[in-house]
Design a protein around this ligand. Structure first.
Ligand SMILES: NC(=O)c1ccc[n+]([C@@H]2O[C@H](COP(=O)([O-])OP(=O)(O)OC[C@H]3O[C@@H](n4cnc5c(N)ncnc54)[C@H](OP(=O)(O)O)[C@@H]3O)[C@@H](O)[C@H]2O)c1
Length: 330
């Protein structure tokens, strides 16, 4: 089969596109004919070695796929040849990746794609949307009626956070570029603040005088010195971006108000957590309530180029879908 794979960790140029041996499913695995995959920031971290994880060479890159079941192992129930399926946890932790014509997926990491859902839009949505779900509901412990501040609300993760938090009955405050304010409001943000406005902190404080219950910064600025002071009693910060930041932490303002900060990466989510997120995503996708803002479609052979463009910052938040020949034909 053809795949985008690496023989060593390194820059985008180490990704090759060519023939490697097709994988075989174990007893509790499913062999999937891949229609499409995508590229996430974390795929570049795995490829470069910046996110340390077990990779076995030749290593197929890529985390997410949409495809069709080719064959299910004898111990698998619930999946049959021809079913349209998806996965968002390949390509790390000792699992081979999704950027190939075929992929083996453990049955407990595979989900049905709801009828009528566009595979390109779906594969572009899985990673940021599952991240948003886990950040809000598992790590952020969001409850109805709470106030949530989402920084970077117009981005891939941010827009999914706004959508989900608003649907969960939270009051959503958002920061975004001024031109993105209408988009964030459309997604459900009650108030949107221009992150370039020097008065933004004061404006947020006035909009949430009792404090913010949950704060998520997808832009990875991680200005904890300011953020912690904006929190309500028992307010939480979920850190999920900005790995290289070294914020100043006002300790008294944190512990004297029972406030807390937790870190989270989707890469450590358990199969049960991922399945819970998948059920929620499938519900949103089935209702047409989850839309990537912009998609570019390329053949799978463009994987190295897309990694390079993402690392140079040339994608500006646009999602890229990489289709196999099967995906192009369908
Ligand atoms: N922890 C995890 O498991 C996990 C999973 C997925 C992604 N991530 C991380 O999440 C981050 C966001 O990913 P993404 O795909 O959502 O990126 P994205 O689509 O580029 O979104 C980032 C957004 O932040 C905005 N922004 C930039 N500077 C800002 C500031 N100072 N204040 C507020 N907003 C600002 C950008 O607006 P402009 O267009 O105006 O610049 C953009 O809309 C990345 O660092 C990624 O690695 C983490």
């Amino acid at each position: 089969m053809r795949a985008a794979y690496i023989e060593e960790l390194g820059p985008a140029e180490v990704i090759r596109y060519g023939e490697i041996a097709a994988p075989r499913p174990g007893p509790t695995d499913v062999l999937v004919d891949v229609l499409a995959t995508t590229v996430n920031p974390v795929d570049t971290f795995v490829r470069s070695g910046r996110f340390p994880t077990q990779v076995d060479f030749p290593f197929v890159v890529g985390r997410d796929l949409v495809g069709m079941v080719a064959e299910a192992g004898p111990g698998v129930s619930g999946f049959r040849a021809g079913d349209r399926v998806w996965c968002n946890s390949l390509g790390h932790g000792g699992r081979q990746g999704a950027a190939a014509e075929q992929a083996v997926v453990a049955a407990d990491r595979l989900y049905h794609l709801p009828a009528g859902v566009d595979p390109d839009a779906a594969v572009a949505a899985f990673h940021p949307a599952a991240t948003a779900y886990l950040a809000l509901f598992v790590h952020g412990r969001l409850r109805v009626g709470e106030s949530v501040l989402i920084a970077g609300a117009a981005g891939n993760v941010g827009s999914a956070l706004v959508t989900m938090a608003a649907r969960a009955g939270a009051r959503v405050l958002a920061t975004a570029g001024a031109r993105d304010a209408p988009y964030c409001a459309e997604l459900g943000a009650a108030e949107v603040f221009d992150y370039r406005d020097p008065e933004v902190t004061g404006r947020i404080r006035r909009a949430a005088p009792s404090g913010i219950d949950l704060y998520l910064d997808t832009a990875g600025v991680n200005d904890l010195e300011t953020t912690v002071g904006l929190l309500a009693r028992r307010g939480r910060v979920v850190l999920l971006a900005g790995a290289r930041t070294r914020p100043v932490l006002p300790a008294g303002e944190l512990y004297l108000h029972d406030r807390s900060i937790v870190g989270f990466v989707i890469s450590h989510a358990t199969p049960d957590e991922l399945a819970e997120a998948a059920a929620y995503l499938n519900d949103l996708l089935g209702r047409g309530a989850l839309h990537p803002r912009g998609i570019e479609v390329f053949p799978l052979s463009a994987t190295a180029d897309v990694h390079a463009r993402m690392e140079k910052g040339e994608l500006h938040g646009r999602r890229v879908v990489l289709r196999t020949d099967l995906g192009c034909a369908g």
